[in-house]
Ligand binder design. Structure first.
Ligand SMILES: Nc1ncnc2c1ncn2[C@@H]1O[C@H](COP(=O)(O)OP(=O)(O)OP(=O)(O)O)[C@@H](O)[C@H]1O
Ligand SMILES: [Mg+2]
Length: 362
């Protein structure tokens, strides 16, 4: 009888009121059972506005004790919920509002009934759904933006070549080289996107081989010329007793290089980047990548692993990366059963920590 699916509580209330259960004596028990079975917060009030029952999600989401027998309105209940209950009482229909409370997005619904339970309030936390919707919207607009820049460049160059540019062989050769550059930028982006969806789908399992820690850290040598040209020092160290890793050597190398590349890119000249490996608890290894760069604001931190996401300050520098590096880092690390975390202070620096399972010693 209890409905499950997208619209659980509404469906439930309809089914129950259809057989008039909620106006009968057993209504509180039925509602209590519904409250135990479903995720949304559910509060039942009597005609005098006292709390007859409230499930645990209701207390947690509203941040209120909702003691049974207490006066709901007299508690520190948001006025919008009180208005919603009034509206349901007056209209006799299900009333619904979207409200933001304590930085979270809620969908609240209320219904009035003829019985001991006079009104029922349902509150559902939709913050995550809204977040995912925004990620999807931004993904589409960001991928279009990232592709538009090289496509526009190629169009302009082709026009210039067609309108007499070919007559100057030296300039023409330069234009052709730039077309090649833009094309390889697009190709790399598409390749990274495909790579990401392959890892995410789990269709191609990661290799599970022994990855020597010294070799992995040594692969950072490739970035030394870049660090030198930017005037930042790159310090790579392996603590004594750090075990080897287990997994896919080339993907793990990519994780380290993406982190190191960001550290170099977002650290002004004169800065220091230290990348270290050390033993961590219970058969794990921790890789740390610390820089003294521009940092990431607290508001931006939750978004850095999204595909194509870049801080506004980095977005201004078109052509300097597409915002896929950290998405790859997180997917590869999670596919290895590891975790990645970050702490950052704007204008002071950033530290990424990657914890990965160590190879079992045989
Ligand atoms: N070490 C860091 N210091 C400051 N900001 C950083 C750092 N690492 C990442 N960021 C921020 O997070 C954004 C996303 O990083 P990510 O590596 O995913 O993309 P990207 O470096 O811009 O492009 P790509 O890695 O695809 O070349 C960056 O654009 C930057 O704004
Ligand atoms: Mg990057």
């Amino acid at each position: 009888m209890v409905a499950v699916g997208d619209e659980p509580i509404l469906a439930t209330v309809e089914v129950l009121s259809g057989v008039d259960l909620l106006s009968g004596a057993g209504s509180i028990d039925v509602l209590r059972a519904v409250g135990l079975l479903l995720d949304p917060g559910i509060v039942g009030l009597d005609a005098g506005g006292r709390v007859l029952l409230a499930n645990e999600p209701a207390r947690r989401l509203l941040g209120l004790p909702l003691v049974e027998g207490s006066d709901f309105v007299a508690g520190e209940v948001d006025y919008r919920l009180i208005r919603l209950l009034d509206a349901a009482r007056q209209s006799g229909q299900v009333e619904e509002r979207a409200i933001t409370l304590h930085d979270r997005d809620f969908n609240a619904r209320a219904i009035a009934l003829n019985g001991e339970v006079a009104t029922v309030l349902m509150v559902r936390d939709e913050t995550r759904v809204h977040h995912l919707e925004r990620v999807r919207r931004d993904f589409v607009s960001n991928v279009s933006h990232e592709l538009r820049t090289p496509i526009t460049a190629v169009q302009l160059i082709a026009e210039t070549l067609a309108n007499g540019g070919l007559e100057d062989p030296a300039a023409a050769a330069d234009f052709v080289r730039r077309i090649g550059q833009e094309a390889s930028h697009m190709a790399q982006m598409v390749e990274e996107l495909l790579e990401l969806s392959t890892i995410e789908s789990g269709l191609r399992p990661m290799a599970s081989e022994r990855v020597p820690i010294a070799g992995l850290m040594g692969s950072l040598d490739r970035l030394r010329p870049l660090a030198e040209s930017k005037g930042v020092s790159l310090d790579v160290s392996v603590a004594p007793g750090t075990p080897d890793l287990t997994g896919d050597a080339s993907h793990l190398g990519q994780v380290l290089r993406n982190l190191a590349h960001n550290a170099i890119k977002f650290t002004p000249s004169g800065g220091l980047i230290s990348i270290s490996a050390a033993p961590a608890s219970a058969g794990h290894v921790v890789l740390r990548c610390r820089d003294t760069g521009v940092g990431i604001t607290p508001a931006d931190l939750p978004r850095i692993y999204e595909r194509f996401w870049k801080a506004d300050s980095s977005r201004q520098r078109d052509g300097e990366g597409s915002g896929l590096g950290l998405a790859i880092v997180r997917h590869v690390v999670e596919a290895h059963g590891g975790t990645v975390s970050v702490t950052s202070e704007p204008r002071r620096g950033t530290e990424f920590q990657v914890v990965l399972p160590a190879a079992v010693n045989v």
